[in-house]
Design a protein around this ligand. Sequence first.
Ligand code: CAA
Length: 381
Amino acid sequence: MNFDCTEDQLAVQRMAREFADEQVAPRAKELDEKAEFPADLVAKLGELGLMGVAIPPEYGGSGMDYVTYVLAMEEISRACAGTGVIMSVNNSLVCDPLLKYGTDRQKREILTPLASGRQLGCFGLTEPGAGSDPAAMRTTVRQVGDELVLNGEKIFITNAPNADWAIIFATEDKEKKHKGISAVLLPLKNHPGVTVGPKEIKMGIRASHSSSISMEDARVPVANRLGERGQGFKVAMTTLDAGRIGIAAQALGIAAAAFRESVAYAKERQTFGKPIAEHQAIAFLLADMATELDAARLLTLRAAWLKDHGRPFSRESATAKVYAAEMCMKLTTKAIQVHGGYGYLKEYPVERHFRDAKITEIYEGTSEIQRLVIANHLLKA
Ligand code: CAA
């Protein structure tokens, strides 16, 4: 077993770390306060090759692998979790399925600008009545001549207010349940029949914007179907398997930031005549934080490694996601405790990390859904 990263993987990690420390971290507090989308940082992520890390260069990406993507995601999310999820959605929920299921034209014309960061993508699965159970979706798509006509509403779509493209999941035949669902590539900007709703006001990851997408007879060419007719549920599920690795990496980044703040504060803050780090109650808390963060990182890298080696990773990505998300929530709660009353103030970054942590237990499948995926794998074995 080899735990060493390659020189190329480490070089991308170093580059992401420098960019995160020098350009993203100094902006994170203000981006959170103003709920501002960091368009310039996203453009720079594109220039650094981080908007399509595991996409081949001929389609605008960096030609690296998922392990590298995890290393970079952790660094960016450590500085700003909102910027992290913008990157994650584009990489794993949009570019990844385009590479896997796209036609040659889709790869050249749609994937290439997305993977190079010149355009941004989003993933339109969730609906008001279909979150954990996407097979219950009501959005429809009808083939009329050589066009596909979409009707319905998607909600909570990360990146939608800023995105150029959405992958929309819609049913072509409700009777067939999940086997009637298709995936469709929909342009979002100034496209007739498409309305992108106002950005939602969120608890955390406020630099990333989410909104609804409404479609009223929105038309695209049949050539914009992604994958086969009726293959959409499979496209969604396999995409989420990989996407969950990205969210696990985001959770690692948030937790690593809160951990770092906690160690620094514990060394500096004095009570009863010595730094609180020298009280065993706090030292043990820090030891537990480090242990759980380490475990989550290993689970996340294992899932990425399996994907890179063409091995099954559905169960392992769900395991990484549920463990990393819950670790992140627990660790950021402990980080507030280490900071005492100061941790409850907006002035201290752990307050933001605590708010950012919560979403990792919700999106790309709640912790309950991850347990369902893991249990299904265990029981079918
Ligand atoms: N890979 C390939 N195929 C899969 C699969 C996978 N991981 N999971 C299921 N399938 C296939 C099954 O094999 C089955 O195929 P057949 O009919 O050919 O046998 C079919 O899909 C249906 O399977 P299930 O009966 O298990 O499906 P289900 O309806 O019970 O749902 C579920 C399973 C895992 C609960 C799924 O609904 C799920 O993942 N729900 C959560 C949805 C989710 O994660 N949403 C996130 C929204 S996106 C987001 O959050 C983005 C963001 O903001 C950042």
